[in-house]
Design a binder for this molecule. Structure first.
Ligand SMILES: [Zn+2]
Length: 255
């Protein structure tokens, strides 16, 4: 069965149909879901869903684009949330310089990234990393602030070289819908050259729907399109891709 290691079932798009979305995914072979938070409320919602649905797990954290709304005290609020046994990671955290271009906001992102890495280490949890337009800086922060339990570089968009550096540090590479896009380029090389033992699959629902649904609302059931593409690129049996990526995801999160 497939593990969707990054899907926002806590997004408002799924409020009224969570069960249907989970059931449809199950019928397509998906039996585990990691729901990452992006702020305090969505982290709480991820925990709530994980307690409602057997096969859902939560990551809690403040997304880089959301850190501007918070003070340092949010770290202890997250720590309280982490007491719930369905919390298996800190995320999604990282750097996003696509939206925030001013030095002041970039600095706050860096500080909160490191504070949340420290929290992950205190709780002995892995991290789920978001990085956009900040490939090298994200890597340097992770390299200079080692995480005991490592984690996943979600929606990986770096080069083959960066992928190899992350693997040396013990990280998993999160592969999603982008690999199916017509203009996908570097990511095809990344998947071809990445050892299957370091790949996890994800949808990032409701974002980044794979081809031919690009631009529409993404759902975990579409993850088979990502699996098919990985199997094709690596010349592997699809069921083998499913089995190994599932084991990889469970190993990172300890489930
Ligand atoms: Zn996400």
């Amino acid at each position: 069965m497939i593990f969707d290691t990054h899907c926002h079932l806590n997004h408002e798009d799924f409020i009224d149909n969570t069960k249907e979305v989970i059931d449809a995914a199950f019928n397509n072979g998906v039996d585990a879901f990691l729901i990452p938070g992006w702020d305090y409320e969505s982290s709480k919602a991820a925990i709530k869903l994980s307690n409602e649905f057997d096969n859902c797990y939560a990551a809690i954290g403040i997304h880089p684009s959301d850190v501007k709304r918070y003070h340092d005290s949010i770290i202890s609020d997250l720590k309280k949330l982490s007491l719930d046994k369905r919390v298996v990671a800190i995320g999604e955290i990282g750097l996003d310089f696509y939206w925030d271009k001013e030095e002041e906001s970039k600095q706050k992102q860096r500080e909160f990234f490191i504070k949340q890495i420290n929290l992950a280490n205190e709780l002995n949890l892995p991290i789920v990393v978001h990085s956009r337009d900040a490939t090298l800086e994200t890597f340097n922060i992770i390299k200079n602030n080692p995480v005991n339990k490592k984690g996943i570089i979600h929606c990986f968009s770096g080069s083959v070289e960066t992928m190899k550096e992350y693997i040396k540090l013990g990280y998993m590479i999160g592969i999603g819908g982008i690999v199916t896009f017509k203009n996908a380029n570097e990511i095809l090389k990344v998947v071809s050259e990445c050892t299957i033992e370091n790949i996890v699959v994800e949808t990032d629902s409701p974002y980044l729907a794979p081809h031919p649904y690009r631009g529409k609302e993404n759902k975990p059931e579409y993850i088979t399109l990502v699996i098919d593409k990985i199997a094709e690129l690596k010349n592997m049996d699809k069921n083998e891709v499913i089995k190994i990526t599932n084991e990889n995801g469970r190993r990172v999160f300890g489930i």
